[in-house]
Design a protein. Sequence first.
Length: 203
Amino acid sequence: MEAFTRLDAKAAPLPLANIDTDQIIPKQFLKTVEREGLSKGLFYDFRYDEQDVERPDFVLNRPEYKGAGVLVVGDNFGCGSSREHAPWALMDFGIRCVISTSFADIFYNNCFQNGLLPVVLKAEEVQQLMDEARGGNHMVSVDLETQSVTSPSGQVFHFEIDPKRKEKMLKGLDAIGETLQKASAIDVYEMKAALARPWLEDA
């Protein structure tokens, strides 16, 4: 998993509440367990019309937001079914951070397992970021070390994060990576177990 330390990127405003995981990545794109190639399906019904043509008015299709790395969204983002493809699709599109007033629990947990930083801010702070992102300057800075978001105008907002999750994000550790940190201790345990119960090795 790629470490997250500081992100300087365009912010795209999506002021909709209760966006569920089926809207983030519709079910027809769930036929793969690969993390790459899912960007096509991200917000598919928002981004494309019935003829599979891009809707020019959708924020992520507009030229000024091309390459956005931060998404500023409405309340309760990521609700609905527990599909890990949702953070995968966001990451594959190039989004590394989502900012909202609240997230659905399962989506929030999945974000940390995939290197996508979910940031919770106050309603007025999220609104200000959205308002500023609609202006001419769309660049924001998200600093995980200082737990801060700097708006295009230079306003700084601070967010809370679980210290253990923060450390793993800074080091780029998912569940497998965290386990592999203890690889030496696991090897020693397995050798001792093999010596103590050799009959199990032949089972």
